[in-house]
Design a protein around this ligand. Structure first.
Ligand SMILES: *[C@@H]1O[C@H](CO)[C@@H](O)[C@H](O)[C@H]1NC(C)=O
Length: 252
């Protein structure tokens, strides 16, 4: 009897292990080999300044002139440094994407658009449909693409210099606006969104004309900002990136 019970419990444990899986992760304890680096030299480096987990994180330092005019690896005329994963997300996929971000002491008052994370893919035709920004009152926000008027569907708490923020996005990737959706957690708390039932917003997360020509979307950690701002050098840290099939397994 006890043997049978043990076997049954073991069976449950094994089947829940095999159904849950992390498909991509980086804690930045080693090198940046999993990523394509798009930055000026020194724009992204593994750093021991601060870490959400382990002892290292990815440090993004962007100067006002870190653009394609000065650095061939910087893709556009707006200053940026970024890490782009391999393609991970296709039409129909359902994943939790967790990561932590920190804005250090000295982070400026934001006066124009300032992005730090996106889920994106070719043809890369404009504002992404899934991106995180710092707003002009220095809050973390989630914004959509031009077909949704670049609206903001989540506004999180104000930035506290030096405090790590844990963010999890649950995304159903779909070209069908009735199927695609986004849900958000911050520091383990389910976040209220604008639209839908207040927690789940259904929309076209993959748009063939914007971010989905059939090539899977990637996780992009970055610091990307308007060229019309002159903050001087700005630093942002990212850590503990995980993509998986449950909230628990991608939370730090
Ligand atoms: C830089 O990128 C912009 C698009 O943001 C493009 O219009 C311009 O031609 C590029 N310039 C160079 C020097 O590659």
């Amino acid at each position: 009897m006890r043997g049978i019970l043990c076997q049954t419990l073991l069976g449950f444990a094994l089947s829940s292990l095999s159904s849950a899986k992390v498909i991509f992760q980086d804690d930045f304890e080693g090198n940046l080999d999993q990523w394509k680096i798009q930055a000026c030299p020194g724009g992204v480096e593994v750093s021991t300044d601060s870490a959400r987990s382990g002892s290292h994180s990815a440090k993004f330092v962007v100067h006002d002139d870190d653009t394609n005019a000065t650095c061939p690896d910087s893709p556009t005329e707006n200053p940026r440094a970024q890490l782009s994963s391999k393609g991970l997300f296709s039409d129909g996929d359902d994943y939790f994407i967790g990561f932590s971000v920190m804005f250090p002491t000295g982070f400026p008052d934001i006066t124009d658009w300032f992005m730090f994370f996106e889920l994106y893919g070719p043809p890369y035709n404009g504002t992404p449909s899934m991106a995180l920004f710092v707003s002009q009152d220095n809050r973390i926000t989630f914004g959509r693409d031009a077909s949704y008027n670049r609206d903001t569907i989540w506004t999180g708490g104000e930035i506290v210099p030096g405090k790590w923020r844990d963010i999890v996005l649950h995304v159903k990737f779909s070209t069908d606006p009735a199927i695609g959706f986004v849900q958000i957690w911050e520091d383990g708390q389910r976040q209220q969104l604008v639209g839908g039932d207040g927690y789940t917003v259904f929309y076209r997360t993959l748009n063939p004309e914007l971010n989905y020509d059939g090539t899977p979307n990637a996780v992009i950690l970055n610091q990307y900002r308007s060229k019309d701002t002159r903050y001087g050098p700005v630093t942002v840290y990212h850590d503990a990136v995980k993509v998986g099939t449950s909230l628990e397994e991608v939370s730090p």
